[in-house]
Write a protein that binds this ligand. Sequence first.
Ligand code: HEC
Length: 103
Amino acid sequence: MKAFLSSLSIALLLATPAIAESIDKGDAKIGKTLHDKSCIACHASKFGDNGNKIYTRADRKATNKQQLTARVKACNNNVGAGWFPEEEAHVAAYLNTSFYNFK
Ligand code: HEC
């Protein structure tokens, strides 16, 4: 858990405006497929329901596009999904259009 948290903060530090642009180029449909395959099970086991509650909880961690992209990157690295930056952008785009709605 410690390693997980420190990899999260490293990814947050590395988040740059360039990353925020790529979220706008992401394809939410591709992102949903990737996300449902690699990410739902763990979130569901930890946060209950269908796993999507984590994105709408009151104290959710991501508060803008950069942070959302950084969280996707951190979880990708942490679980070894092996996504490329484009795929992270697809997933971030999916999460943003479905749950976060950041402008
Ligand atoms: C092994 C379990 C696990 C897996 C697999 C997992 N996550 Fe997570 N994820 C977590 C935990 C635990 C948190 C909450 C961390 C926190 O509260 O700081 C989290 C938080 C997040 C958040 C931030 C939610 C918020 O508060 O705004 C995002 C976004 C996210 N995960 C995306 C993903 C993506 C994308 C994948 C698939 C590559 C993934 N996660 C796979 C455990 C996991």
